[in-house]
Design a protein around this ligand. Structure first.
Ligand code: HEM
Length: 526
């Protein structure tokens, strides 16, 4: 038997079995890990002391009670912006610090750094959920995989490709408006903008991504219902921290619904890809794609099938599915939120609404059918100003999150220690009174190109900024301009009696929907 001298502990020699030794080594390792964690935690706390924080409820809950996804939560962010102006610290429980940044100069080192140095914080994005939703598409991927994907996908959003989608946007808006006309003639003028516009954005995305017309605005579509169900289930799951782990979630009825809807969405995308590959083989890929490019009917799937990297390597079917599903998820709610809130803001400001309408009427005078074309988008300057001001006041994505893979030096010399999580509060920046005077006032002239304001380029970041900015930005702006122009041409929008209560989830919504009244206008025929 092995003799172990523990005289340094004041003990005599003891007989130690290998098992005892193993236990001792294990315990020492565990103790050293705990001590090292305590030291790191203490050190981090000391380094974070330079950041101010609002009063805590108590040491255990920290600022949990401030993190509310409702109107009060947003008002609190506005108050904090007034109080702290640049960056402040929140504790979610006793051990989880989060830095919230609300000033453009302070987000610059995070947004402009290479994506590998300041990656996304994966807890915030619930990567495990995202994996199941769409595979690791561009939105959730990281490191070398992300930069490879971004290079391959950038051509899909080139102007030449986007131009051909303008017809689709016009057509999808026409369908929505025909429905509104019908509802109004039946006496239903009070409509939930989110419901109607989300269906419209999904309709146009399905046509742009897959060249598939499910007629979802007119009759229920299984695929679209599944996408809407998944979006709602993800929000619910975000709020239930214990259900973040797949194995627990799938034991619940909601988890099973989630899995079923995922399967349906994946099967749809797989079927389109398979069918397209078969056509490519039977017609010859180059001829097929050349003909489509000439007829300007290339959809995202075609562009993804065409994509090749420097070594001539293309995307696998699984990659294509992940990207296509990501576009559907990242593109529909966000654009619907942007459009719904700009209609709300114009309903509240009839003078701006009328000015936009005049601009559109002028542009489409003597034109039948009423259709906006790509080259004409620049001729709607006031309408564009109104959209931008709405994206400022009601940013569709209220915040994004990053994890510092190394120390980050802020402009005033303070340092965010490596390993900390930062929330870049797009809402907070857009409502910061030191950046935007009277931030709560809807004033489109802030974006008047004739009198440019001296502002940081990061003062207005609805689509984020830097290497990981929104790849669909021009797509979304184009769709919003077309749909808003046609809507104002055909309808007057009026506020509902009840003020909406804002609801910041992954996108900015309104509790119970965003209700407005729509009045058909004479002379705004489709
Ligand atoms: C008004 C509409 C939209 C807004 C406000 C918006 C906003 C954003 C924001 C803030 C990000 C950065 C997310 C982050 O850093 O975590 C982002 C990323 C992204 N968006 Fe959008 N988006 C919109 C529309 C779209 C559309 C229409 C598409 C696709 C068709 C799209 C696809 C994406 C993708 C793929 C990314 C990830 C880019 C990357 O990480 O490289 N978005 N978007």
């Amino acid at each position: 038997m092995l003799q172990l001298s523990l005289s340094w502990l004041g003990l005599g020699p003891v007989s130690a079995s290998p098992w005892l030794l193993l236990q001792l080594v294990g315990a020492t390792w565990l103790l050293s890990r705990i001590l090292s964690w305590i030291y790191d935690f203490y050190d981090n706390c000391c380094r974070l002391r330079c950041f101010p924080q609002p009063p805590k409820r108590n040491w255990f809950w920290g600022h949990w009670d401030l993190a509310k996804s409702n109107e009060e939560g947003l008002q609190l962010i506005e108050d904090m912006g007034r109080l702290f102006c640049d960056v402040y610290l929140w504790w979610l429980g006793p051990f989880y610090p989060i830095l919230r940044l609300v000033h453009p100069n302070f987000v610059a080192p995070l947004l402009q750094a290479p994506a590998t140095i300041i990656p996304k914080d994966m807890l915030f994005y619930m990567t495990e959920v995202g994996d199941n939703l769409g595979g690791v598409g561009l939105l959730l991927s990281a490191g070398e995989k992300w930069s490879h994907q971004r290079r391959l996908l950038t051509p899909a959003f080139h102007f030449d490709i986007l131009k051909s989608y303008v017809k689709i946007f016009n057509r999808s808006a026409d369908i929505m408006h025909a429905k509104w006309q019908r509802l109004a003639s039946e006496g239903h003028t009070r409509l939930d903008m989110f419901e109607h516009i989300s269906l419209m954005t999904l309709d146009s995305l399905q046509k742009c991504v897959f060249s598939f017309d499910s007629n979802c605005q007119e009759k229920p579509s299984e695929y679209i219902t599944a996408i809407l169900a998944l979006s709602a289930l993800v929000i619910k799951r975000c709020e239930q921290i214990f259900l973040h782990k797949d194995f627990l979630y799938y034991l619940t009825p909601e988890g099973r619904r989630f899995r079923k809807a995922c399967r349906l969405v994946h099967d749809f995308t797989d079927a389109v890809i398979q069918e397209r590959r078969c056509t490519l083989i039977s017609q010859g890929s180059q001829d097929f794609l050349r003909a489509k490019a000439k007829a300007k009917t290339l959809d995202f799937i075609d562009v993804l099938l065409l994509a090749k990297d420097e070594d001539g390597k293309g995307l696998s079917d699984e990659d294509i599915r992940a990207e296509a599903d990501t576009f559907m998820f990242a593109g529909h709610d966000t654009t619907a939120s942007g459009l719904s809130w700009v209609l709300y803001n114009l309903a509240k400001h009839p003078e701006y609404q009328e000015r936009c309408r005049k601009e559109v009427q002028e542009l489409l005078r003597d034109r039948e059918p009423k259709e906006i074309e790509w080259d004409e988008l620049a001729q709607l300057p006031f309408l564009t100003m109104c959209i931008k001001e709405s994206l400022r006041l009601h940013p569709p994505v209220p915040g994004i999150s990053r994890c510092c893979a190394q120390d980050v030096v802020l402009p005033d010399g303070r340092v965010i220690p490596k390993g900390n999580i930062c929330v870049i509060s797009i809402f907070g920046i857009h409502h910061n009174p030191s950046v935007w005077p009277d931030p709560e006032v809807y004033n489109p002239f802030r974006f008047d190109p004739e009198s440019p304001q001296k502002r940081s380029p990061l003062a207005f970041i609805p689509f984020s900024a830097g290497p990981r900015n929104c790849i669909g930005q021009t797509f979304a702006m184009t769709e919003m301009k077309v749909v808003l122009a046609l809507t104002l041409l055909r309808f007057r929008v009026l506020p509902d009696e009840e003020e909406p209560r804002r609801k910041p989830e992954i996108v900015l919504r309104a509790e119970g929907g965003l209700w407005l009244r729509v009045e058909p206008l004479r002379g705004g025929q489709q």
